[in-house]
Design a protein around this ligand. Structure first.
Ligand SMILES: Cc1cc2nc3c(=O)[nH]c(=O)nc-3n(C[C@H](O)[C@H](O)[C@H](O)COP(=O)(O)OP(=O)(O)OC[C@H]3O[C@@H](n4cnc5c(N)ncnc54)[C@H](O)[C@@H]3O)c2cc1C
Length: 407
């Protein structure tokens, strides 16, 4: 009993570290960490919180968990929690990223956008248009135009060209520097990035409409299915993610029906070199296996309740999101030094910024939203809408670049 109490208190101490980091993040006005006036200002206002974040920046969740927890089951559970966020185990998941995503689930309760998550994107688009912006849909950028080493515009697949003072790429860094920038050689910064990070695998996604009666009345919205043992966690198709948004919002499907979004990790290599017929047949076989596993573990009779099904592969992710190999984003090659190696928004090409999941702090909607806020602030300073100090800027950018080489 005493031992259990002490292991509980150690696990609680681990939880405290997560919350300590989350609170430190939450207490700061989140802007660009590449902007020294803001950074020093925050440091003078909240020195303890800034030091907390600096202390945990090069650390990973798994190493910290092992300081407080010995129970192998609980450590495997923490691996699974981290995998859900980062597609790698806790030893490879930066502590700051883990605490941001894991604590956010609990902070202030859970909010669900009625009408589906697409509502968030639509509201953001409306906000931009209301502020006088223009959004071009179905506009496929095929190259970033540079002049004397400076990014000055973009070229679309239909030949149109647009010029601007600032170019921001939301494509992955592999796409931005491997495809959109037509430089002969990869900039040194990007070479370093690719030394530390590889492309994470993609997903196989199944979207289904089913008869409502197949789900027990107390079914939860989210499920993570890991059969047999923990060792299959990171294997392709090893674990299954399932969301049933109609549990929270019945307006998303016709009456008496539910929507299931099922997905599992899958890599492009598995889908290469197939003819159209082979590709379609393979999609059906793999989807059928996944659905059988769900039928066995969660919902007996699932197959016969399907009214609509659509299957997407890594190729689908590549096609619709223009992500190289359909990748989920960057994944450390080995044990990373926390987030130390993750680039921010400025790039080695003047006028070109990157944003999204291959920038600090990484994957996940919360992280990419933060990356967007950081980028907007850095750009605002560079075009004169916010205060900036060119001397301090140069010093900080050099210092951050040097830190990244230590990762
Ligand atoms: C199946 C799945 C489930 C997920 N579940 C969750 C979750 O529950 N919670 C969570 O927080 N995160 C989740 N994520 C992760 C999250 O969705 C991503 O980390 C996030 O969307 C990445 O945002 P991004 O803006 O960097 O990239 P993206 O969302 O890929 O956006 C990039 C945009 O740029 C456009 N684009 C790219 N190249 C070009 C080009 N050349 N020309 C024009 N446009 C271009 C693309 O079309 C795309 O719209 C999930 C991801 C997947 C795949």
């Amino acid at each position: 009993m005493k031992r259990m109490a002490s292991s509980n208190s150690m696990a609680n101490a681990g939880r405290f570290v997560l919350i300590e980091i989350f609170n430190a993040l939450n207490s700061l006005e989140l802007k660009s960490l590449e902007e020294p006036l803001y950074l020093f200002g925050q440091f003078f206002q909240k020195p303890l919180e800034c030091l907390t974040l600096a202390y945990y920046l090069p650390q990973n969740a798994g190493a910290i968990a092992r300081k407080y927890i010995q129970d192998p089951q609980l450590l495997s559970f923490i691996d699974a929690e981290c995998f859900i966020v980062s597609t790698v185990n806790a030893l490879q998941t930066p502590m700051i990223n883990a605490s941001m995503v894991l604590c956010d689930r609990h902070f202030g309760g859970i909010n669900y956008p009625v009408g589906g998550v697409g509502g968030i994107a639509k509201s953001l688009a409306k906000g931009l248009i209301d502020q006088g912006s223009q959004i071009l849909y179905k506009a496929n950028v095929t190259s970033i135009i540079t002049e004397q080493g400076k990014a000055v515009g973009v070229r679309l697949s239909d030949g149109r060209e647009f010029f601007a003072k600032t170019i921001i790429s939301n494509a992955t860094r592999w796409d931005t520097f491997g495809k959109l920038i037509k430089e002969e050689s990869l900039p040194k910064e990007e070479e370093n990035f690719q030394k530390v990070y590889v492309k994470a695998p993609s997903f196989l996604s199944i979207h289904m409409g089913v008869k409502a009666e197949v789900l027990p009345l107390d079914t939860d919205c989210h499920h993570f299915v890991l059969e047999d043992n923990w060792t299959k966690l990171e294997e392709p198709y090893g674990s299954i993610f399932l969301s049933i948004p109609t549990i929270l919002d019945s307006s998303l499907a016709p009456e008496g029906r539910h929507i299931l979004h099922i997905f599992t990790t899958s890599s492009m290599d598995d889908w290469k070199g197939l003819s159209r017929i082979e590709y379609e047949a393979k999609k059906q076989v793999v989807a059928d296996e996944i659905i059988s596993r769900l039928e066995k573990n969660l919902f007996p009779g699932l197959k016969s309740s399907i009214e609509f099904i659509e299957v997407g592969t890594p190729k689908t992710h590549r096609r619709y999101l223009a992500r190289d190999e359909g990748t989920y984003g960057p994944m450390p090659r080995s044990i990373p030094k926390g987030l130390l190696g993750m680039p921010f928004n400025t790039t080695s090409i003047d006028g070109l910024y990157c944003v999204g999941d291959s920038c600090f702090p990484g994957q996940g909607v919360i992280a990419v939203a933060f990356s967007g806020v950081m980028c907007a602030h850095r750009v605002a300073a560079d075009i004169g809408l916010e205060k900036k100090s060119p001397v301090l800027d140069a010093m900080l950018l050099r210092l951050l670049g040097w830190f990244r080489t230590l990762a």
